[in-house]
Design a protein around this ligand. Sequence first.
Ligand SMILES: C[S@@+](CC[C@H](N)C(=O)[O-])C[C@H]1O[C@@H](n2cnc3c(N)ncnc32)[C@H](O)[C@@H]1O
Length: 323
Amino acid sequence: MAYSTLREGKATEQLPRIDRDPELRQRLLPLCRLRSGEVWQDPVRGHRVGVLDATSIGDVSSLVGGARVNLAINDPPYNVAVGGVNTRNLSRVDLPSYLDFSRKWVAAVLDTLASDAHFYVWMGADYRDNFQPLPDFMIMMREFTILKARNFITLRNQRGFGTQKNWMWVRQELLHYVKGNPSFRVVYTDIPKILRGYYKKVDGQETENLERSKSKTIRPGNVWVDIQQVFYRMEENVPGCYAQKPLKAIRRIIESSSSSGDVVLDLFAHSGTTLVAAEQLGRVAYTADVDPVFAEVTIRRLEHYRKTGKTGWQWRNPFPEIG
Ligand SMILES: C[S@@+](CC[C@H](N)C(=O)[O-])C[C@H]1O[C@@H](n2cnc3c(N)ncnc32)[C@H](O)[C@@H]1O
């Protein structure tokens, strides 16, 4: 089967979801340079990509070694069916099993953190199943007393899902915790500040809020409304990946919560967004996925970015060998 299809009347090379097509997986596996347990070391900037299990302390320490992680960005499977379909890597499990899985990967990440570090985790809530697992996960996190809750961010998707009989679901949740007292840098959106009229006396002078502003644009706050979800027309799109986070969101986390040269850990690499963002921002990414195909996609995305300056393949196939 050739992975060229007709979509909306235009020829595309859109790859179907890698996780759902066993025949496709069989064709992709021989193209993966890493086998389970192996780690690729980037000869240029020292990034690492592994085919590892995030719940295994041994696997995670083989990725991180003696280094200390300043920022962990975690985007695990949410225990909801993506696009209404269970997948091999994101299959639905019962809640106790999901929490057991979560406890294990959180412990493995904590084992690598520096004394002052940021810890972010994307999490979902399934309204068809009493909003699991978000509230259960938040309560479970209280067991890890070394982490302090810092914030609860909502990313507002531009496109939502749902029927005309319900509020459209447009939110994605991002929990922010800290260990110790890591530094934090204020970042700004591109949204102009328009609200005026908050007066305050500064050095005896009446000043208006815009005069006092550090920036002409607003801060993102903890509801991010300025980030577009990834879809196949965007340069950063990685065909075959079904749960890709926008580069802009990951860049925002990295810019606010780490410094140049810091180590950023992401054990659920998928399309390699954290790796590309770390490359762009001068951080070192240690990243992994349990699936060799997604680890290969991750490495290829970095190589593709270095070669072409492009952050993804838009609708083109990242595996031209099977085009
Ligand atoms: C929600 S996606 C991450 C998306 C990623 N942030 C991006 O922008 O592309 C979750 C990924 O976790 C991987 N995964 C599932 N269980 C895992 C485990 N135990 N260890 C490591 N990776 C796992 C899946 O294969 C999937 O690629």
